[in-house]
Design a protein around this ligand. Sequence first.
Ligand SMILES: [Zn+2]
Length: 103
Amino acid sequence: MIASKDWGPCSCNCGKVILKDAEFVIVEGAMYISGHENRRETKRMALPIRETPILRGKDARKFADNARTAESRPVPKKVYDRAQKTYSEMKKRETSERDNPPV
Ligand SMILES: [Zn+2]
């Protein structure tokens, strides 16, 4: 299609603008500069999760030490109370949404 006026930014996030008389396409309600519609899928696809590296030697010892220290360090009361409050608010919301599901 040919734009009858300046339409605004291309939906592929290329930063270009669909100007009057430019060729464009509409895919799933979004406007793209002609040819840019193929960038759509790759942009939205989730990134593959990288494999967890195996730690060895000094790095492994450091990691284990940090984990041990973190486990034995008490959580400050203020942080604990805030976490409890957040948890109970989430719990409340979950119950309320379960009993009154959004239509
Ligand atoms: Zn584009």
